[in-house]
Design a binder for this molecule. Structure first.
Ligand code: PMP
Length: 387
C-alpha cells in the first residue's frame, strides 16, 4: 500500500529522528464492509449535497482571491453549533477551525509544545498523539489507564506534578476505548494544573489541558461536554471535528474551542490561509443542515448498545468477550485474543475490515449500517468458532 514500506534513500538528508518511520494511517483496503476508521456510515442526503454544491459554486468566481484568513463566518457558525449542541455560548474569538482536528492538534503542539517540553497523555489513547509530539520536537509521556480504561486520576495528578508538562492531552470519549472522562475528574486536573509550573518555563506558566472531543456527539444524552468549562478555565482547549458524528470526514474540518488567548497562540503558528474558500463554503453549508447531518447519531448509539450486548454474549476459546464501556461510535472488544492479527485477517477474508489497534488482545470495530453490522456479526461468529 502506497509508499508505507519503501525506505527513504540514504543520500537524502532525512531528519535523524525520522529514519525508519513510516506514514501513519489505517490500511485503506477495498473491502465491502469497512468498520475501521470510525466514520459515520450514512451518506449525505441529496438536499445537503445540493446545499454544499451551491455554497461552493457561490465562491467559485472569487477563487482567484485568497480566502478569509480568519474564517470569521465559519467561526461564528461553530459558536452557534456549540450553543445548540452543548448549551455553551462562545464568541468567534474563542473558536478556531482547521483541516481536521489533526491539524488543530498539530497547531496546539506547535504553539504549546516544542524542544525541552513534555506533553502528557493517558495510555492507551489515539495513536497520532506521539506523532504530533515527534513532529514538533516535544517529549511525549504516558500514564497508564486503569484496566477498565478510565483515567488513573491519582497517577495522572502525580505525573503532572513531577513532569511539569506544557500540555496534558486527554481524549473524551477516548480512542480506542470509547471511555468518557468524567467532568469532576477533568475539573480536578484543571485545578491541579493551575498549581503546577511548566518545567523550564518562567514562574506562573501553567500547563494547557487539551480535551479531544472528536466523538463527543455520540455520548448518551445528558452527559456534558468540556466546552462548558471554557469560560472559567483559560488553560483549557477542547478540540472537535466534523469528521465523525457530523458525517463530514471527507471535507477535512476540525475546530477548537478555548480562551481567546489560546486561539491567538494558534493564529501565530497556522499557515496563512490554511482553510481554503472551498472548505469554508462546504463547512458553512453543512453546518446550516446540522440536524440532518446528525440525524443518524441516535441510531448509531443504539447500534453501539446492541453490538456491545451481542459481543458480550460471544466466547473466545470458552471465555466470554470483554467489551470496553463506550460513549463513542466504536467498541474495543476481546480482552483475551491471543491471535488478534489472525482474527483480523480472517474477518478481512470474509469482506469485513476492522482495526488492529490498542492494547494486545483487543480489537476495535466501528459502528456501520444495519447491513454492515449483520455482516460483521456473521463473520465474527464464524471466526470465533474456529479460533
Ligand atoms: N482525535 C481522535 C481521538 C481521533 O480518533 C481522530 C480520527 N481518527 C482525530 C482526532 C482526527 O480526526 P480528524 O482530523 O478527521 O478531525
Amino acid at each position: 500500500e502506497g509508499t508505507a514500506d519503501r525506505s527513504i534513500p540514504a543520500y537524502l538528508p532525512l531528519r535523524a529522528d525520522l529514519i525508519g518511520e513510516t506514514p501513519y494511517g489505517a490500511p485503506q483496503l477495498d473491502l465491502p464492509v469497512c468498520l475501521n476508521v470510525n466514520e459515520n456510515p450514512y451518506p449525505l442526503s441529496d438536499r445537503v449535497v445540493d446545499a454544499i454544491a451551491e455554497s461552493v459554486r457561490r465562491v467559485g468566481q472569487e477563487l482567484n482571491r485568497y480566502p478569509d484568513r480568519e474564517h470569521t463566518r465559519l467561526r461564528q457558525a461553530f459558536c452557534d453549533y456549540l450553543d445548540q449542541e452543548s448549551q455553551t455560548r462562545l464568541v468567534p474569538q474563542q473558536l478556531w477551525a482547521a483541516n481536521g482536528s489533526n491539524e488543530i492538534m498539530l497547531q496546539l503542539f506547535q504553539a504549546f509544545g516544542g524542544p525541552g517540553r513534555t506533553a502528557l497523555g493517558a495510555d492507551p489513547t489515539y495513536s497520532m498523539y506521539p506523532e504530533y509530539a515527534r513532529d514538533t520536537f516535544t517529549g511525549w509521556e504516558l500514564v497508564a489507564r486503569r484496566a477498565d480504561f478510565t483515567i488513573d486520576l491519582e497517577k495522572t495528578l502525580a505525573a503532572i506534578e513531577s513532569l511539569g508538562p506544557s500540555m496534558v492531552l486527554l481524549a473524551s470519549p477516548n480512542n480506542p476505548s470509547g471511555t468518557m472522562l468524567p467532568m469532576e475528574e477533568l475539573e480536578t486536573i484543571l485545578k491541579a494544573c493551575q498549581g503546577v509550573q511548566v518545567a523550564g518555563a518562567p514562574e506562573g506558566v501553567h500547563p494547557v489541558v487539551v480535551v479531544d472531543e472528536a466523538y463527543i456527539e455520540f455520548r448518551d444524552p445528558g452527559l456534558p461536554s468540556a466546552v462548558s468549562l471554557i469560560e472559567d478555565h483559560p488553560n483549557l482547549a477542547v478540540s472537535r471535528t466534523m469528521s465523525k458524528a457530523f458525517a463530514f470526514a471527507g471535507a477535512r474540518v476540525g475546530y477548537v474551542a478555548a480562551s481567546a488567548g489560546i486561539i491567538d497562540a494558534l493564529r501565530i503558528v497556522r499557515m496563512p490561509c490554511h482553510l481554503s474558500a472551498v472548505t469554508q463554503a462546504a463547512a458553512l453549508a453543512a453546518l446550516g443542515h446540522a440536524d440532518e447531518q446528525l440525524s443518524q447519531v441516535g441510531r448509531l448509539r443504539r447500534t453501539r448498545q446492541e453490538t456491545a450486548d451481542w459481543l458480550r454474549g460471544q466466547t473466545y476459546r470458552g471465555k466470554p468477550l470483554e467489551v470496553a464501556d463506550s460513549q463513542s461510535n466504536f467498541l474495543l472488544f476481546g480482552g483475551h485474543f491471543e491471535n488478534r492479527q489472525w482474527i483480523f485477517e480472517e474477518l478481512c477474508k470474509r469482506g469485513v475490515l476492522i482495526r488492529v489497534v490498542g492494547p494486545q488482545c483487543w480489537l476495535r470495530v466501528c459502528m456501520g449500517t444495519d447491513e454492515e453490522m449483520d455482516a460483521f456479526r456473521q463473520a465474527l461468529a464464524e471466526v470465533l468458532a474456529q479460533a
